[in-house]
Design a protein around this ligand. Structure first.
Ligand code: ZN
Length: 442
């Protein structure tokens, strides 16, 4: 498959994943097609060597794993993880703002740290999940999406706001209320739309988690087709690449794991985020179901490795001064290894060395990123997950521009680079030994 074809498939994947709930549904569909068995946390797990499984928490986080057919009792978990959510706006429970005049607007609040300006003047859909009453004593969660645009946040014209180009600060409660109707619809219409999307009467919708979606179409562009631009490249570009590598990989000596966690953009502190018990408990249950003792499980954890995948900043052509002069990454330059002395990235010498060696064997170029020493930078999921499941790890990502814009830009070649790097990682039977000095062979 060419880089352009792969990027078009990535665009389709993102278009099919308008909310974190839809992202997990898109992943589940691909795993089902690949013959994985879905497990539930509330049921007993019966696992077989050579089997492939996945489990979902909250409909928005997912852990999939493949059990090697020839496992040692302390065989490691070889894991890669990314996140399902992106910055957006969540619709409040009382959703409508009536007026001025006969307009209806939506009452929304920010989810994550977005670039506000990029939410104006573009077609917005609504997507997420609702919980509906289907019978006297039965509630059911349903995915909903408006399909087409149903809202738009209009800018104030330059004639009314001469400060607009001089660093104007937007107020979320005032400036970022999406227009829903200008006279055609009356109060209660939003609830009717939600009910229609869910296929029930409005009074049957008892709870909802709904988000705005930028419906600007993803596309490959450039005279030489160098770029791909889309909403939510952070972090669905990584989710897509890791998932494809994971599904294809064969490793009889390890348990390979793919994780996709919700709520990274709001600190991962939730029942299903990277700071939750989800991964720790899933791994414990895998070991238990395979008949491993607690001691064997802890030995396996000590030998395990996590590749934490979250997009990285490409050097900005208009503002190269914002980047460290040496530790900077460019689009189409290969997988970026991220490192920070503060520990916000998990990368250390061993993590970097293991990942670099595998990339060398796979012919995948690697780059490095560090923040300017006078700037705080962002965070990600690897170091948070490591507070629950402490394993050797590396933080990587793909170089992109305009992170947390509602329309981001990345290089056409990098998705394939990450896929090939992760294919090499998943296939290598890693054996990390921390006995005398740390060593790793495969
Ligand atoms: Zn991210």
């Amino acid at each position: 498959m060419t880089d352009v074809e792969l990027s078009r498939e990535l665009c389709d994947f993102i278009a099919q994943s308008p909310s974190m709930f839809h992202t997990v549904a898109s992943i589940s569909r691909r795993l089902d097609e690949a013959g994985f068995t879905r497990l539930a946390e509330g049921n007993a797990w019966e696992l077989e060597r050579g089997g492939s499984y996945y489990v979902v928490r909250n409909g928005s986080s997912l852990i999939a794993f493949k059990v090697g057919s020839n496992l040692a009792p302390d065989a490691p978990f070889q894991m890669a993880a990314a996140h399902s959510d992106s910055p957006t706006f969540k619709v409040k429970q009382v959703a409508e703002l009536e007026g001025p005049a006969d307009t209806l607007r939506l009452n929304v609040e920010g989810y994550g740290g977005m670039l506000d300006a990029m939410w104006f003047d573009r077609p917005l859909g609504i997507a997420g999940r609702v919980v509906v009453r289907t019978d006297d004593h039965r509630l059911e969660s349903r995915l909903v999406a408006s399909g087409g645009p149903v809202a738009l946040i209009p800018n104030v014209a330059i004639h009314q706001n001469r400060e607009a180009n001089k660093g104007f600060a937007y107020n979320h409660q005032v400036d970022l209320c999406p227009l829903f109707s200008a006279g055609e619809l009356t109060a209660g219409s939003f609830e009717q739309l939600v009910a229609q999307m869910a296929g029930v009467a409005p009074e049957c919708v008892l709870g909802r988690d709904l988000y705005l979606v930028n419906l600007t179409a993803p596309q490959v562009w450039g005279w030489k087709e160098e770029f791909v631009s889309s909403p939510k490249l952070d972090d669905l570009q990584c989710v897509f690449a890791v998932l494809k590598a994971f599904v294809e990989a064969v490793n009889n000596a390890s348990i390979t794991v793919f994780g996709c966690f919700d709520n990274e953009e709001v600190g991962s502190r939730s029942r299903q985020g990277a700071l939750s018990t989800f991964l720790r408990e899933a791994l414990q249950r895998v070991s238990a179901a395979l008949g491993r003792t607690d001691e064997e499980h802890l030995r396996a954890i000590a030998r395990s490795f996590l590749v934490s995948c979250d997009n990285a900043h490409a050097v900005h052509p208009n503002h190269p001064e914002l980047f460290d002069a040496q530790n900077r990454a460019r689009m189409n330059g290969g997988v970026v290894i991220k490192e920070a002395a503060s520990g916000t990235y998990t990368t250390d010498a061993l993590g970097r060395a293991v990942f670099t060696a595998l990339c060398q064997e796979a012919g995948v170029p690697v780059q490095t990123f560090a923040n300017r020493s006078d700037s705080r930078g962002g965070s990600t999921l690897g170091n948070l997950s490591n507070t629950q499941v402490s394993v050797h790890a590396v933080d990587v990502g793909l170089a992109q521009l305009a992170m947390h814009s509602s329309y981001e830009t990345a290089g056409i070649k990098d998705t394939g680079y990450l896929m090939r790097a992760l294919a090499a990682f998943y296939a290598a039977p890693l054996n990390i030994d921390e006995g005398e000095a740390i060593s790793c062979v495969w």
